[in-house]
Design a protein around this ligand. Sequence first.
Ligand code: FMN
Length: 355
Amino acid sequence: MEVFKKTKLGKLELKNKIVMAPLTRSRAINNIPNEIMKTYYSQRSGAGLIITEGTSPSVNGLGYPRIPGAFTNEQINGWKSVFEGVHENNSKIFVQLMHTGRVTAKLNLPKGGEVLAPSAVFLEGEIYSDEGMKPHDMPKEMTLEDIETAQNEFITSSKKLIEAGADGIELHSANGYLLNQFLNPKTNIRTDSYGGHFKNRARFVLETAKKVCAAVGGDRVGIRFSPYSVFNDLQGDYEDLEAMFIYLATELAKLNIAYIHIVDQRVAFDAPEFATNIKKTIKDTFKGSVIVGGNVHKTTQAEALLKEGYDLVYVGRPFIANPNLVEKLKNNEDLTQLDPDKLYSPGPEGYIDYV
Ligand SMILES: Cc1cc2nc3c(=O)[nH]c(=O)nc-3n(C[C@H](O)[C@H](O)[C@H](O)COP(=O)(O)O)c2cc1C
């Protein structure tokens, strides 16, 4: 089986082709990675590569309760210990840098945090908070200074994480968070050089990627996209979508980044159908490593994706209740079902007590 064979990712050697997908679990009390998080990731280090839960590079990006940050010394020290645990088991780890942008309510942000977005476009609906569901807050349209500050936050976080022992960082440009908000025409209605034409909407993402690559090396940088997604009230399809992703893949290939990671939630989350074969278009354009997945819970499904020409397969929810997922897949064992009530609850229950 190909999926259990070793492979290269940039300069790294992965022990298999299974990637643990980023999964927000809201265990980071005061936004600081802790002992139970170290245990959780160590338990799941059968994966060739772990991509951590969304982690904010900025006080402004901590949109959900108890998600970790990567900008204070305490946060970085917490991560360092997580990396050590994962490396002891010969797995590799990329930290997903997620700035939530407009997807927040002010009460989720620590003191001094601001709700920022490319444009002041309100997100309907409510968000989790420790005081129950709350409406989102209206974001402030980012000034050019805010844009530069946010990019600098991504650079600083990336540098600190790599110094602390991370194998790389993943820029979260999917699922409606800040980077994705710049790409999407519904959330980006700017009239300056960061809005309008798809090359302008891609500018924030590409500039950030370029600067982060310059700071830590392209082989330590991955990026996640979710074409056609409507999650967090994005516009799913739009006329220049394919042109924009071809442009992004072309430019990112020039930066020699480690991988592009493509979210596909059509089967599992009833997301809209893709109007084009966008995954293949991105792979053919980028040519480097591409991670795909979604609703994979059997070895045969992972093998089928590798046969289509993709390089690595991400698995999300099955890792939650099956820490030894890779072994279970190898042995074709039944998987344990997760407890939905404990997905985002604080503390160890429903987190590190699955066997
Ligand atoms: C509890 C939960 C938390 C998630 N958190 C993140 C996240 O922080 N970043 C991200 O890019 N995707 C996140 N996702 C999406 C997953 O990475 C993945 O794309 C999705 O679960 C589909 O894959 P699966 O069918 O293998 O679960 C989350 C999904 C779930 C169920």
